[in-house]
Write a protein that binds this ligand. Structure first.
Ligand code: NAD
Length: 495
């Protein structure tokens, strides 16, 4: 067992170094490079992480392969019982998990608690698999039955980003583990600590040693995973550039890959939209988790006269308290990058309705207050680039056609929402926008389980979605068994 994380407030608190966890043992990475794990609220190291090498990946694969031989024989209900037990422990440790996450990532405690709750919900999908994962059987010809069973792939791997250190690993683990695989997880080197707790919890829940392994590090580990011939599937969540690289490299070695990338989500708002619902949703969507989420509203397209809604979005945004309602940004470099995007929009003629550039609740840490950019144009980086900060860019157009065309011109396709009280408008937009996760009067249209999470276009490389039933299909392979017991003599092509 690893020690408890003792914080119950934002007070600066150190934690143990992030090590590897292989074959049920905590062990040092073999690389020489290590990085501090910086608490973004304080801007100083709370822990450290040593980088692993390709040799560590290979050690983890061997441990996982050995453990898989027994685990794959467990009935799915018994594997799901481990997930049930892990869920109980997560509830028991809910506050500790939330504070650890808040400290390593920076998100405020209410949003950290929401992430832990959502992670547990993802785990519940794994618990349900014992009831959902029945294959099918059909008499396909006289006296001939065909049956399908979902079987594990073997050793599989996942790579996760900095913005949801607890939840995103739990997008993959429930389906992969209950599906009978052995897993190697590489968390983001910026936030490697929640994953320590996840591994510890699964061990306490009775997961056999070697079935969940952690290999800490960065690019070298990911490339070694992509290249390793005995890793059969690669999951990835992160930026589009890296998602594309990981997808290509994994497919080159013949493994299946599902790689979720970045986003630039457009919300379309028409004048008949409900003022309160729209303004509160838009403000919450782009400021939640300080805008560091792939489902954040990034661009609001105002269609016609929506000044009253924009005024209300700005009023609500200006009332938010940085430090209390929203946390810091992950790094100083990210603050500088985002500030540069706002500066450019202003220089090119946009109006900064709410300006977060000088907002700092304290001297320490990496801060940027919520910002609303109005009258932006598509020549500005703010309208097309993923910002990943608490910034809303407003584009104004006259018609729904123009709004849909703007939305569909961007290469991403993660999420898209329409705010309207007209069924006809909603129906049209839901049929025409080029995005995988769409919403009507919803600011963060995350499909909850059993539906699957995943975008389109440059927001996802690979087939299917990462959570829900699709996730289970990704981490398993169907075996088809055709049986003929009644040995009738008639000749058919199935002879
Ligand atoms: P990132 O791409 O920088 O890092 C993600 C992971 O890839 C990390 O574990 C990192 O160590 C590894 N990595 C980084 N560079 C690499 C390289 N050159 N080769 C191999 N591996 C590499 O992403 P991030 O900054 O941690 O996270 C933010 C991004 O993740 C945003 O673009 C966001 O939209 C995206 N994201 C997408 C989803 C989704 O569901 N589509 C969900 C969460 C986050």
């Amino acid at each position: 067992m690893i020690p408890n994380f003792s914080a119950t407030s934002y007070d600066f608190t150190e934690y143990i170094p992030a090590t590897n966890f292989i074959g049920g043992e905590w062990c040092e990475a073999s690389g020489t490079e290590s990085l501090p794990v910086i608490n973004p609220r304080w801007g100083k190291p709370m822990s450290s992480v040593r980088f692993s090498t390709a040799a560590d990946v290979d050690t983890a694969v061997k441990a996982a392969q050995a453990a898989f031989q027994d685990w794959k024989q467990w009935p799915i209900r018994e594997r799901a019982h481990v997930a049930y037990k892990a869920r109980e422990i997560m509830h028991r440790d809910f506050e500790e998990l939330s504070w650890l996450l808040s400290h390593e990532n920076g998100k405020v405690i209410a949003q950290a608690r929401a992430e832990v709750a959502k992670g547990i919900e993802c785990l519940e999908n794994g618990c349900s698999l014992a009831n959902m994962a029945a294959g099918g059987k059909l008499e396909v010809s006289r006296g001939v039955d065909c049956e399908v069973r979902y079987e594990p792939l073997g050793v599989v791997a996942g790579v996760t980003p900095f913005n949801f250190p607890f939840m995103v690993p739990l997008w993959m683990l429930p389906q992969a583990l209950v599906g009978g695989n052995a897993f190697i997880l590489k968390p983001s080197e910026q936030v490697p600590l929640s994953a320590l707790k996840i591994a510890d919890i699964f061990q306490e829940a009775g997961l056999p040693d070697g079935i969940l392994n952690l290999v800490q590090g960065g690019r070298e580990v990911v490339e070694a995973m992509c290249d390793h011939p005995d890793i059969k599937a690669q999951g990835f969540v992160g930026s589009t550039t890296v998602a594309k690289l990981v997808y290509g490299r994994s497919c080159n070695t013949g493994k299946r890959a599902l790689c979720l990338g970045g986003a630039k989500n457009y919300l379309l708002v028409v004048p008949d939209a409900d003022l309160e619902v729209t303004a509160s949703n838009v403000a919450a969507s782009f400021t939640g988790c300080s805008g560091q989420r792939c489902m954040a509203a990034a661009v609001m397209v105002g269609i016609g006269d929506v000044d009253h809604i924009i005024d209300e979005v700005a009023r609500r945004t200006a009332a938010l308290k940085t430090g209390t309602d929203l946390g810091p940004i992950i790094s100083e470099a990210a603050v500088e990058r985002i500030t540069g995007i706002i500066d450019q929009a202003e220089e090119m003629g946009a109006t900064i309705l709410v300006d977060g550039r000088k907002v700092r609740p304290s001297e320490e840490g990496f801060w940027l207050g919520p910002t609303v950019i109005d009258h932006a144009t598509t020549e500005m980086r703010a309208a097309t680039e993923e910002i990943f900060g608490p910034v809303l860019t407003i584009l104004r157009v006259d018609t729904l056609e123009e709004a849909i065309a703007l939305e569909n011109a961007i290469p991403y396709g993660n999420a898209s929402s329409i705010y309207t009280t007209s069924g006809g408008i909603a129906r049209r937009v839901m049929g025409e926008v080029d995005a995988g996760m769409c919403g009507v009067n919803i600011g963060v249209p995350v499909p909850r389980e059993p539906f699957g999470f995943g975008g389109w276009n440059d927001s996802k490389f690979g087939h299917g979605d990462i959570t829900g039933w699709d996730g289970f299909r990704f981490w398993t392979r169907p075996r088809k068994i055709t049986t003929k017991w009644a040995l009738q003599r008639d000749e058919t092509w199935m002879g």
